[in-house]
Design a binder for this molecule. Structure first.
Ligand SMILES: [Zn+2]
Length: 185
């Protein structure tokens, strides 16, 4: 896959160890969760549009944007050479995974529905991946009901909320999932 090697090389030049690591992680997730079928694009560390999220998928350019604040250390430190060792790799990996779901959906026909998270394709992917990750959750498209001229989201119990869909798999992980790794430093 020459495109992969080239893009990884460019990322290494631009972002050092972070660039190399994120491409290895992308490949690992692609093989483990997407049958190796996602088509690779650039992965960059910068600001996301309006700073609204930690990750962003640019469909036009097939670019995954990770917010540069994800490079920050987990805890305040006076060690200026914290580098990759201090990165919460589980957190960044989950942000990457979320954007890879958008990448997958876009590369296999896109979606129709209310928005990029509340639609059949996205919840199907969430259910499929949650199963592979061993997360015991269920996602369904959330429909609205009109109630006294207001649109009220109507959710079945035991299903992910819109917020949980927007932040999948982050809000579906066990409470200690991200902390456990930090303890290993
Ligand atoms: Zn998203």
């Amino acid at each position: 896959m020459p495109a992969f090697a080239e893009l990884k090389n460019e990322a290494a030049k631009a972002f050092g160890d972070f660039g190399t690591w994120i491409f290895d992680e992308w490949k690992r997730l692609n093989d483990a969760l997407f049958h190796g079928k996602n088509i690779v694009g650039a992965i960059v560390w910068e600001e996301t549009p309006q700073d609204r999220s930690l990750g962003y998928y640019d469909r036009i350019g097939n670019v995954i944007v990770l917010h540069k604040t994800l490079m920050r250390p987990v805890y305040p430190t006076t060690d200026l050479k914290w580098g990759l060792r201090r990165l919460n790799t589980r957190m960044v990996s989950d942000v990457l995974l979320h954007e890879m779901i958008h990448q997958r959906i876009h590369q296999t026909g896109g979606w129709m529905g209310e928005n990029s998270h509340n639609n059949e394709r996205f919840v199907d992917e969430v259910n499929r991946i949650a199963n592979l990750l061993g997360l015991k959750i269920t996602a369904k498209v959330i429909r609205s009901k009109s109630l006294r001229d207001k649109e009220i989201p109507f959710m079945e119990s035991e299903c992910l909320s819109l917020k949980e869909l927007y932040h999948f798999p982050y809000l579906s992980r066990s409470r200690n999932y991200y902390y456990e790794l930090s303890q290993q430093d």
